[in-house]
Design a protein. Sequence first.
Length: 194
Amino acid sequence: MFSRSLLSVSASLALLFAAGCRDSEVVTYTVPKETVTPPAAGPASDASMAATAVSTATGSDLVWTAPADWVAKNGPAMRKATYVITGEAGAVAELAVTAFPGDVGGTLANVNRWRGQLQLPPLDATALPSALTSLDFNGLHADIVELTGGGQRVLGAIVPAHGATWFFKLTGPDALVAREKAAFLAFLQTVKAP
C-alpha cells in the first residue's frame, strides 16, 4: 500500500513538473480605453483643474482691489483668487485667497499648519496672542501672522465673515514677501462685503 501511494505521488509530481516546464504562452488582449467625463467647470474655475472634494464657503463673497503689479491667475478650484508677484532675479511670491465654512479648526490650528509648512514648531494657545496682530477694516476683523523659515516668509490673514473663514496667504522668498508687506496690508484694507 505504501509503494502504491508513493507511486501515485511520484506520478503526480512528474506530471506537474512536465506541465510546468512548457514554454509559457503570452496572451495579449486589446481593451478600449475608458473615457472619463471631466466635471463641469464653475463660473470661476479653470476647466483643466481637477475636481476637489474640499468644501469651500458659499454665499456672500468678499470683494477687494489688488495692487496693479499683482497678476491674477487661475489657481486650484478651492481658491477664490490667486495672485502672482514677481521680484528681482525672477523671484516669485503667491497670494492665495480661500474661504471655508465655519472656523476650520480655529486660528491656532491654522497658524500651526502654516508654521508646519515652514518647518517651524507649533505654538501653544498661550503663545498665540503674541504671534498675531489685529487689523479692523470695513466692518471686518483680521488676525495677521508673519512667519519666516527656510528662506521663505508667510504673511497670512485670517478673516471670519458671513459664517465662513477667509484666508489671505502671501507666500514666497523672504525678501520678496517682506518687500510686499505694506502692499499686503493695504490690500487687506480694500477687502469688504459687496
